[in-house]
Structure formats: structure tokens, C-alpha cells
Design a protein around this ligand. Sequence first.
Ligand SMILES: Nc1ncnc2c1ncn2[C@@H]1O[C@H](COP(=O)(O)OP(=O)(O)O)[C@@H](O)[C@H]1O
Ligand SMILES: [Mg+2]
Length: 241
Amino acid sequence: MTKIKLINITRMFGDGDSTVHALNDISVEFQPGSLTALMGPSGSGKTTMLNMIGALDRPNNGTILIDTTEICALNDIERAYFRRGIGFIFQRFALIPTASAYENIEFALRISDVPRPLWPERIMHTLSLLDMADHAHHRPNELSGGQQQRVAIARALAPRPQLLLADEPTANLDAQRGSAVLALFTELCQSGITIVMSTHDLAAEHFASHICLLRSGQIESYEARATTSAIQIPQITTEPQ
Ligand SMILES: Nc1ncnc2c1ncn2[C@@H]1O[C@H](COP(=O)(O)OP(=O)(O)O)[C@@H](O)[C@H]1O
Ligand SMILES: [Mg+2]
């Protein structure tokens, strides 16, 4: 169970007249088991916020609590250790080009606590959740953008992280595949994991428990979508995009 609390977070880039406030004094809290969709126009601060929560970048000001850990106070080694517990899905996949889908996931398990004898079954099970088991031995350049995206999602999920951070995870998927991934995320949240994802996908609004709308580095609105903790999973339609 992972609770995320951002308190007065500011992240600036550049200096002088060219200073950009990617995040401008934002405070927000994400509850364990929630699926938050970070929405808002390009440049509104979504990726910067994910990088803050995942300890990939530091704010200029403010405090970030992940459960009871104040991650800004950690040194680089402690931050690297902290990141081991997080599943990341990056906007540009970041797959290892010379490794197969299977091996890409294996690399992720190497830095996890999952015992080696469990790896083969874990890898194939996770690939099949993403409907990619048939492509286990394909390298990224033998896969379409959407297939690479699904391998990247499988790689993030395989260690079974308690916190998943996803940057536009459905951007390269057609509507049906995108909804399948979002339904999978919803199920994961019901089992207790916390997910924060940036997205432009309007379908995400049906699956997310919370919508956090960013604009120019500030939170324009933050709303719970469901009135109870039981999130309805809509039927996945097979309509064309
Ligand atoms: N490394 C960086 N150097 C300079 N400016 C940056 C950097 N990262 C982000 N920015 C700026 O911060 C703002 C927010 O960017 P970002 O978080 O990537 O937005 P989003 O993910 O919502 O599109 C943008 O104006 C962007 O140009
Ligand atoms: Mg972005």
C-alpha cells in the first residue's frame, strides 16, 4: 500500500527571464489503491510530476512523502534503492534494443527481490496478461510501437511493484488495447497497488478513480471519480477508434 503526498512542490527549469515553472507550488495526496489520471495539455507538468514521485528528479522546493519516507531527504544511493520498488512505464519505452521481450523483463527482475527460479513463469505470465506471450523472443525492432509499449508495461509489472508510474501508457495503443491495459490497471489497484499515470486518453476517465488536471504547472482540479472504493470496470468495446 503506497500513499503519495506532495507538499508545496516547485520545479523550475532554466534561469533569469527564461525560467519555466514546470510545477508551481503544488500540493496533492494520492491514496493507496487509487488510479490517478494526470491530465492536461502538453507542457503542463505531467512528466515532471511523475519524475518527482519516482525520485528521478528533485524539486527546487517542497516535500514528497511516499508512505512515511521523505524522498527528497534521501541521498543518491538511497534514492536508487527506493526506485527499485517502483514500476516505471516511460513515454519512450526505454527497452533494451539488443534484448528480446523476455530478456527485457528478465533485466527488471534482476534488480527485484523475486527469486530466480520464479522468473520464467513470472515473465511468461506477465507477457500473457498483455497478450504478448507469442512475441517473447522478439527484439524491440521486430515489434510494432504498440507491441513495444505492451512489453514495456509487462516489464514494469513483472516485479509486482506497490507503486506504478506510467507516462502516457496507452498513447501507442488502439482503443481496444488501450482499454484492456486500463482495465488491467484498475484490477491491480483493487489488489492494493497505487498507480499514477499521465494520459491524453479520454477513455482513462472511465477507468481512473481520480482525475488530476494540470495546467501551466498548477493543479486546476483534483477529483475523485468513483463515490465508493469499488470501481466499476466498463465492458471493453470492440468499436473501431
Ligand atoms: N529538462 C528540462 N529542461 C527544461 N525545461 C523542461 C525540462 N523538462 C520539462 N521542461 C519544461 O517544463 C514544462 C513541463 O514539462 P512536462 O512535465 O514534460 O509536461 P507534460 O508532460 O505535461 O507535457 C514544459 O514547459 C517543459 O518545456
Ligand atoms: Mg509528458
